[in-house]
Design a protein around this ligand. Structure first.
Ligand code: ZN
Length: 331
């Protein structure tokens, strides 16, 4: 269970930028907690890799040497978080009696690391305090979900907000591996806390991944659900095997030289059209409407899907909802 994002803080490196560039960077990222002026957001574009390439400390260069993989057991060594993340040190994860999420995460991660290393890959366990600007061919943060909802069950996973094409491809490969396992899926359960996980939040914290590291956060199941709990406690190798399949599938299509695919995709803000817009649970007109936006309501996409769908962050719902471009003003 990841912790919520806190108030907006720009990372240290951003403080060295000129004020205008700093504002532009924050605006381009569409940081959900920030009120954003329409004029400033218009500086963005549907796909705008250039502003990111200019950020100091994050060189967009191909990795050298063996394929490098970071596996993070969620909440592991959380007490080592640096000052900028002090308030998250208490984020020790979910628990059910004496069963702790962090121990499950660690058991699964250790098996996964051993199996990847046996295949000749360069793989390491990454603590909660992600080394600043951590680069790898892929990064997986492994979690188990809350214990207070026995009626909830199943796995779910997500890339960060504004994913790069490679983060999205990694999430797709992992999703296929989990679906192939036949384990129950917590459909529609992805939260804002997962997508805005602090280890992903390179625009906010120093101790976060490089924006160019393809990443996914996996919630394997719910500690509060008896079947999920027993499976996670007694069979960590099952989950490690599923993650391994997802990683293999992702790496089969991996091209280190394709740097463009590592750059997070940013989206221009859009206003709801003259009849307003609906925020749906998934990118489909058949999906449940969770929110309605009045005409001209300004929306900042954080992701997109085929067929003209944009995902926007709903602050009241603490999750993403989907709007269709036909209900938005023309760009
Ligand atoms: Zn967790």
């Amino acid at each position: 269970m990841p912790r919520p994002e806190g108030t907006v803080r720009l990372p240290r490196f951003a403080l060295s930028l000129a004020a205008s560039a700093l504002v532009a960077a924050a605006v381009l990222l569409g940081i959900p907690d920030r009120s954003i002026s329409r004029e400033a957001s218009a500086m963005g574009s549907t796909v705008a890799p250039e502003p990111l390439r200019g950020l100091p400390g994050y060189a967009l260069e191909p990795l050298a040497g063996p394929i490098r993989i970071g596996v993070q057991p969620g909440h592991w060594r959380i007490e080592e978080l640096p000052d900028e993340l002090t308030r998250l040190r208490a984020s020790t994860g979910a628990s059910y009696g004496t069963l702790r999420e962090v121990d499950i995460n660690l058991a699964v991660s250790r098996i996964l690391v051993d199996r990847l290393a046996a295949e000749g890959l360069s793989v390491e366990l990454v603590p909660a305090a992600v080394p600043a600007g951590y680069r790898a061919d892929l990064f997986v943060s492994v979690h188990a979900d809350r214990a207070d909802r026995p009626d909830r069950r199943g796995w779910k996973l997500s890339p960060p907000w504004r994913p790069s094409p490679e983060s999205r491809r990694l999430a797709r490969a992992m999703t296929e591996a989990f679906r192939a396992s036949g384990l129950p899926e917590d459909q529609g359960g992805v939260t804002a806390n997962m997508r805005g996980y602090f280890g992903f939040s390179w625009w906010r914290y120093s101790n976060a991944l490089s924006p160019y590291t393809p990443a996914v956060l996996v919630e394997m199941g719910f500690l509060g659900n008896p079947e999920d709990r027993a499976r996670m406690r007694d069979d960590p190798a099952l989950y490690a095997g599923i993650l391994l399949e997802g990683i293999r599938s992702y790496l089969a299509g991996h091209d280190r030289g394709n740097l463009d695919a590592l750059v997070p995709v940013l989206y221009r803000g859009r206003a709801a059209g003259p009849s307003g817009a609906a925020g749906r649970a998934s990118p489909s007109f058949g999906a449940a409407v969770l929110e309605r936006y009045p005409p001209s309501r300004y929306l900042i996409p954080v992701d997109a899907a085929e067929g003209g769908w944009f995902e926007v962050f709903s602050r009241p719902l603490r999750r993403g909802v989907w709007v269709h471009e036909r209900e938005l003003d023309a760009e």
